[in-house]
Ligand binder design. Structure first.
Ligand SMILES: Nc1nc2c(ncn2[C@@H]2O[C@H](COP(=O)(O)OP(=O)(O)OP(=O)(O)O)[C@@H](O)[C@H]2O)c(=O)[nH]1
Length: 376
């Protein structure tokens, strides 16, 4: 055989130990990126699983070398996937699916513990399915650079199929299959290590500005999120104040959005939100700050406008959104928004204050029949 299995196992253990440590270092450098800690844990557990598996011949403790080792092997793709979810959502995510999958796997493995090959096949099937699920999940991770995403999708996809093949082979007790099984096992070790090698690359595939941007974006619309609006909006007000320019805040709210959700479904509602966000984005200039600050509520801080310009932008937004129905999966959805604005010529007022006034104007626009704008 081209590669010696014990050498590969030792290399895998060392490499995953080093990679785990590197990922932990990355996490320390960018603590907001929780995914790197999760991936570090996946590396350490994979190294540990390999140590336990390697002890199968010498240590007469199947509960440790088979049961625990197999659970650790299953936890690796689960953690890889969990890290991907954290990377995508930029928030803490409860590890419920990990706990449930591990518990289910533990129950099945307890029964199969006495038969190493059956336990191996079950572990391979579970891992294979998780890898295939992860490959599909990666299609939705938008901030990831395309090449990285496709590379990981390919790795997960091939790895998933390989694990299913391994399950099939390990169940057939034919001597000629032993070589194939060993090759599959080696490919599994190499592919897991290649996957973990790609994770640190993710950290450097975004520069710091991009990472910050991802953390500040609303996932659905990719406008700023609420927190970022308050940071960036306050910054814009301060700049306007310094330049002695007026500040303008707009609040935009979809009309009768609840009935759109009720009639066409939540996915259609989400698509409407993205559609409106795109229109808002297309009406903004470079220094303007646009955000989704609530479920169906958007806020905009306009840089450097007078009242006439602010009203013109508002009118265009309202008219453009109502201009034609939004088409979603064959449904034609009538969409309108109401908009409230406030222009402050002396920008000493806090952003929160201005937002309250814009909100009152928005309420007036709703009360006057919706699909229109009003300024305070
Ligand atoms: N699809 C989707 N719906 C959301 C989201 N966030 C909030 N919503 C829904 O938005 C709806 C807001 O409803 P309401 O506050 O009653 O407002 P409305 O129906 O738009 O009525 P008016 O504002 O008075 O015109 C609720 O049904 C929420 O469930 C989201 O992210 N996606």
């Amino acid at each position: 055989m081209f590669i010696h299995l014990p050498t590969l196992i030792i290399t895998t253990i060392i490499l995953n130990g080093v990679l785990g440590t590197t990922l932990l270092a990355i996490h320390r450098a960018i603590p907001s990126q929780k995914s790197f800690k999760t991936w570090a844990l996946a590396c350490f557990l994979f190294a540990l699983a390999n140590i336990l598996t390697a002890l199968r011949g010498t240590l007469e403790q199947p509960w440790l070398t088979i049961f625990v080792a197999d659970l650790l092997i299953i936890s690796v793709p689960l953690l890889a996937l969990h890290g991907m979810r954290q990377y995508r959502q930029q928030t803490a995510i409860a590890p419920t699916s990990i706990i449930l999958t591990l518990t289910g796997s533990a129950v099945v493995l307890v029964v199969a513990q006495a038969f190493a090959s059956i336990a191996q096949a079950i572990t391979a099937i579970i891992c294979g399915l998780i890898y295939l699920f992860a490959a599909n999940y990666l299609r939705h991770i938008r901030p990831t650079p395309r090449v990285m995403r496709h590379l990981l999708m390919g790795l997960f996809g091939v790895h998933g199929l390989l694990m299913l093949m391994m399950a099939g082979t390990s169940l057939q007790h034919i001597d000629t299959h032993q070589n194939l099984l060993t090759s599959l096992l080696m490919a599994h070790l190499i592919m897991t290590t290649m996957t973990t090698l790609l994770f640190p690359v993710l950290a450097f595939s975004h520069n710091e500005r991009q990472l910050l941007k991802i953390a500040h974006l609303d996932e659905l619309t990719e406008l700023f999120n609420r927190r970022a609006f308050f940071e960036q909006g306050a910054l814009l007000l301060a700049q306007n104040k310094q330049l002695e320019k007026p500040s303008c805040i707009l609040m935009i709210d979809l009309d009768h959005f609840k009935s759109i959700n009720d009639k066409f479904g939540h996915a259609a509602g989400d698509a409407c939100l993205r559609h409106v966000a795109d229109i808002i984005r297309n009406h903004m200039r470079e220094r303007d700050v646009a955000a989704r600050i609530g479920g169906e509520e958007f806020a905009v801080a306009l840089a450097d406008v007078d009242r006439q310009q602010a009203e013109m932008v508002s009118q265009r937004l309202v008219e453009r959104i109502a201009a034609q129905p939004f088409l979603f999966e064959g449904n034609s959805i009538e969409l309108t928004v109401s908009l409230g604005g406030i222009l402050s010529t002396h920008s000493r007022r806090a952003l929160n204050d201005l937002l309250n006034d814009a909100d009152a104007a928005l309420y007036a626009a709703k009360a006057s029949g919706r699909n229109q704008f009003k300024f305070a």
